[in-house]
Design a protein around this ligand. Structure first.
Ligand SMILES: Nc1ncnc2c1ncn2[C@@H]1O[C@H](COP(=O)(O)OP(=O)(O)OP(=O)(O)O)[C@@H](O)[C@H]1O
Ligand SMILES: [Mg+2]
Length: 279
């Protein structure tokens, strides 16, 4: 008998209706990822749809962080690490020989598990840090507007508007994480990658970041790694379940609408995982 799975599913009925900016598509084709001689991920095929939150779930070590880092060419920063296969951003392979990784990371922003504001920079300078790096010598940029817009979009503006010159490191953990998300969206990327963005946060900050992700989905394509099944069910529209095989190589087991994954998974392993039988 199918176990009863108690989760509250996101209301995704309004996906198309509330979009304010057309998002971008990221398509992973036959992707394998290696750390030197060790293969960590094998033959992943998945499409991250525009204006959609795709959650990636699976037990520790199944390759979720590895995969998310391949999506903006952060994987290769690790010595000896490389990929085979393709990642297409709106149809163009980000691994083309002449593709510029720095430009790609600008278009595909990332938020990490541990909030990592620049501790010596002010809140203001944290928000525009990526912007300044990328803008090069561009003049006439109104940073005040960028800072306000980004901080408003992460619902942090009212909390920090009177102390923009104070250190980013002096904020609470939840505020720091929203600051990092503000930094990521300030450069108006095409895709926002989030690797367990709430795992260091208390439940109230978690809820705020979840609401924020729902809001950002109206403008961006979001990829979310989470260990929290309730979170995947609450916020995501699509869910991908990963598992390492007997050789400890991560594979995509099942990908579908979140409601389907959590109520009628096709694969027995998915069902076992989401019902808490392993992992
Ligand atoms: N820098 C690295 N060098 C070598 N191997 C690594 C490195 N980072 C990860 N791995 C290996 O790759 C595999 C996948 O790790 P990864 O961090 O992607 O898993 P994960 O699904 O994100 O796990 P968790 O849920 O614990 O964050 C593991 O076997 C891990 O040991
Ligand atoms: Mg991880």
């Amino acid at each position: 008998m199918r176990p009863e799975i108690k989760v509250q599913l996101a209301d995704t009925s309004g996906i198309a209706a509330d979009v304010v900016k057309q998002g971008h598509t990221l398509e992973v084709r036959n992707l394998s990822a290696f750390y030197g001689a060790t293969k960590a991920l094998e033959n992943v095929n998945i499409t991250y749809k525009p204006n959609v939150i795709t959650a990636m779930i699976g037990p520790s070590g199944c390759g979720k962080s590895t995969l998310i880092r391949t999506l903006n060419r952060m994987h290769e920063v690790i010595k000896g690490a490389y990929v085979t296969g393709e990642v297409l951003l709106d149809g163009t392979n980000i691994y083309m020989p002449n593709a510029d990784p720095v430009r790609i990371r600008r278009r595909i922003g990332m938020v990490f598990q541990k909030p990592n504001p620049f501790p010596t920079l002010s809140i203001y300078d944290n928000v525009i840090a990526g912007h300044k790096l990328n803008a090069g010598t561009r003049r006439n940029v109104n940073y005040d507007d960028i800072v306000e817009k980004a901080l408003r979009s992460v619902a942090l503006w009212d909390e920090v508007k009177d102390k923009l010159n104070e250190s980013g490191g002096a904020l609470s953990g939840g505020q720091q994480q929203r600051l990092c998300i503000a930094r990521a969206v300030a450069i108006e990327p095409d895709i926002v990658l989030l690797d367990e963005p709430c795992s260091a946060l208390d439940p109230i900050s978690t809820l705020k970041v979840e609401e924020l992700m729902q809001e950002l989905r109206r403008e961006y394509t979001l990829v979310l790694v989470t260990h929290n099944m309730q979170q995947a069910a609450r916020v995501s529209d699509y869910t991908a379940f990963f598992l390492a095989n007997e050789k400890r190589i991560g594979q995509l087991v099942e990908y579908n609408q979140t409601s389907t994954i959590f109520t009628r998974p096709k694969d027995k392993r998915t069902e076992d995982y989401i019902s808490g039988r392993f992992g």
